[in-house]
Each structure stands twice: as C-alpha cells, then as structure tokens.
Design a protein around this ligand. Structure first.
Ligand code: V47
Ligand code: SF4
Length: 391
C-alpha cells in the first residue's frame, strides 16, 4: 500500500537498486535498517540526493530554517583532553580564557533570538558559575531562547554537585535554559571512544541524559562527529541509536553531522570530501524518519557544501553565530560568522524559502522568495538608493 503522504516518493524514478529499495521501504511505511544505511553510502550521490531531498520536501516543502544567534563559549579551560579537540586548554596555558560577566553579557546582541552556550569543563568553576551564565544572558534579554550545555557538561555538573541529572536540569531550567545542544555525542562507538576521548562519557550516558531531558520536556539536538577514524557502519549505528531514543522519548529537533576539522591533531590528513559530507547528510535524512530536521552546519562544511546540502535532505542551516571558536581553533576555513542577509541569500540561491526561527523552532520571520525592499546588498547602488535622503 502506498501511504498518501509518500505519493511524491513513490513517483520518483530511481535506477540504483539500493536507493530504489530504500524508497520502496519508506513508501510502504517501513524504516531503514543498519544494513540499508551502510549500503546507501555506496550508492551514486545524485540518486541518493534525489530521494533524501524528496523526503525533506515532503516534510518541509521549500522551507529552510535558520536562526539569528550568537555562540557563547564562556571558557576554553577543560579538565579533559579529547584527542580530536584543538579548542580546550589547561588553566595555565597562555591562551586559556575565562570570560567575565561583562564579556558574557556582551554576547547578547539586541537582534538575536537564540544563544548557544557551550564550553570547557573548568577546573575551578562550580555549578553556580555555569548557572550564572544562563541567568545573566536571560536577564539581559528575557525573550532570548537559550540552548546551553552538552550532555558532557550536564554529567560534569552531576559529578560536581553529586546530584542526579533531573536535579541539575531543573536548576538550569529555573535559570532560563530552554533546550540542550547536540554536542558531545561524537560517535557512539566504544572503539572510537577508547582511541579518541577515553575520559569522556560514552554513548550510554549521553543518551541517558538526553532521554531524561526529553522526558522533562526539555528538547535537544544530536550531533555526530565524522570524518576521523570512525567507519561508515559506526556512523549509521550512531544514527540508529538516536532514532531509538527518539522513539522512546521524543524531543530532538535536529540531527547535526559535524565534519571533523583536522586542525593540528594529526588524526587525519584532510577533512572528509564534499561527496562524503553530502552522503552523510542524505543517509541521515533517510534513516531519521522521526526527527524533524537534518542540519547543514556551514561552519564545518564550508558555505558552498552547506548550501548544496539543502538539495540532499538538510532543512536547517543553524545560524549566523557571531564568532565561532571551536572549529576555528581547529583552523576551519569558513568565516567565523555570517550576516543574516548572507544566510537568506544562500537559502534563496538554493531555491528555498528562508524561515528565521528561535532555539525552540518558533518562527520569527518568513522571508518569501524575493526581497520586498532590496536592502540586502549594503553599499551597492541599489541599497544606497533606498536611504532616507534619496527618497
Ligand atoms: O561537541 C570539537 C565538536 C561540538 C571539533 O546543537 C569538532 O544546534 C569538528 O555540538 N571538528 C560542538 N567538530 C559543536 C556542536 C554544535 C554545533 C552547532 C549546533 C549545535 C546544535 C551543536 O563540536 C563538540 C565536538 O563534537 N568538535 N572539535 C573539530 N575539530
Ligand atoms: Fe573538553 Fe569538550 Fe574539548 Fe573534550 S571536546 S577536551 S570535553 S572542550
């Protein structure tokens, strides 16, 4: 039986047997298995993209979401030493930093609708210091949606306070937290954990914390760090574990594949190719039948691949960010932040409709296909013609 909502998928003509089989499975109301996911990585990229793009369009039409946000990394001091991380520093390092209240509050630009807070596990900070960061930004802009602290940080707060995750999350919610970001998941493979981040919580604890958050009504995202020593099978296994969590305790807004930036870690010689990036986006769109968005994170992908990912199943571009520090500590070649106009332009150029959202995916503004007032090209003759003096 063809489910009515899958009429466009059913009509897709596909020549690759693995992609056609995936289409048939989805049209029949089934879901992809671990083996299907791994097989799809070997399929021709454009066939895979046609199916994943059609799945995204069935969910979201032409809409692509983004947020006008700031990333706030209050400290890079971290007691752990993950092998893939160029961002963290020990407290005595010359380039270690810990922000003051003034520096933290200065991140709250009047025009933003989301703040994304994440940082190191500081050797001296108490839970109260982390709570204060949330309180201060929320006080500065009460309508701001606050996406703060990965499961790694939540687990660290549990150990600092000797309290369960429910208690820690409740205190954070009282302080103003709205959602958890998806970081710290890396790859749910014990083999990779032993090699790259032995001191850090593993998949079981990460999933447990997000399950607790979802059951408390705190939504979240989920990431996958790929393009280092993991296998494609481990990537798909990671997706399936997240899909099972979403079945048990719904609450994920987006799945975010993070392309590893090699920096000076020496782990790999170069970043994953654009083809591998687009395949990872497409396979995740097809595996996650229960998560609304796959995010195209332009900071790690680069702006061109991130825009192309909108044809391969992605329906969210994260945000304008302000000043990104984690990937840029690892020498990411993308800009540290982009303007709202550039984001809107990139989405429109991909033939999509930009929708500005906050951290809870509440719509802030729908842009339409064309600029009504051609103010985007600041400094061009058209923009100058719009200045009050010229009217
Ligand atoms: O947890 C660290 C990863 C994550 C590198 O939830 C690296 O909306 C690539 O989670 N190359 C932090 N990745 C970023 C993150 C995130 C970003 C955007 C949106 C959301 C969201 C979450 O970055 C860390 C770690 O997994 N990371 N070093 C690196 N060299
Ligand atoms: Fe610390 Fe996170 Fe870097 Fe690991 S990835 S060293 S926990 S900042």
């Amino acid at each position: 039986m063809i489910l009515p909502s899958h009429a466009t998928l059913a009509a897709l003509e596909l020549s690759d047997p693995a992609v056609a089989a995936a289409r048939d499975r989805l049209v029949a109301g089934g879901r992809l298995t671990q083996e299907d996911g791994v097989r799809l990585f070997d399929a021709p990229l454009l066939e895979l993209g046609r199916l994943a793009g059609a799945v995204a369009r069935e969910r979201h039409g032409d809409r692509v979401y983004f947020t006008v946000n700031r990333q706030l990394n209050p400290t890079n001091v971290c007691v752990l030493s993950c092998r893939f991380c160029d961002y963290a520093k020990k407290a005595a390092a010359p380039d270690a930093y810990t922000m003051t209240r003034e520096q933290i509050v200065a991140h709250v630009d009047p025009g933003i609708s989301e703040i994304h807070i994440v940082g190191g596990l500081h050797n001296k900070w108490r839970f109260e210091d982390y709570l204060n960061v949330v309180r201060w930004v929320k006080e500065a802009k009460p309508d701001l949606s606050v996406k703060a602290y990965t499961a790694v940080e939540i687990d660290f707060f549990c150990r600092l306070t000797k309290q369960p995750a429910e208690w820690v999350l409740e205190r954070l919610r009282e302080a103003g937290l709205d959602a958890l970001p998806g970081g710290g998941a890396e790859v749910f493979s014990e083999r990779v954990r032993r090699e790259l981040f032995q001191q850090k919580i593993g998949g079981r604890r990460w999933l447990e914390i997000h399950e607790i958050a979802h059951r408390m009504g705190i939504p979240s995202n989920a990431t996958l760090l790929y393009g280092h020593i993991e296998t494609r099978a481990e990537r798909v296994q990671h997706m399936i574990l997240l899909r099972e969590l979403e079945d048990r305790a719904p609450g994920f807004f987006a799945f975010i594949p993070l392309a590893f930036q090699p920096g000076v870690t020496g782990l790999v010689r170069r970043q994953a190719s654009a083809i591998e990036d687009l395949k990872t986006i497409a396979v995740s769109r097809l595996v996650f039948d229960n998560v609304p968005h796959v995010k195209s994170y332009w900071v790690m992908l680069g702006q061109d691949t991130a825009a192309m990912a909108l044809q391969f199943g992605a329906s969210d571009m994260d945000g304008t960010i302000g000043v990104e520090k984690i990937a840029h500590a690892a020498l990411a070649p993308s800009p540290v932040g982009i303007a709202e106009e550039a984001m809107v332009h990139a989405i429109r150029e991909a033939g999509r409709l930009p929708v500005q959202r906050d951290a809870l995916y509440r719509v802030v503004r729908e842009y339409g296909r064309e600029d009504r007032a051609p103010a985007a090209a600041v400094g061009t003759p058209a923009a100058r013609a719009e200045t009050p003096a010229s009217r």
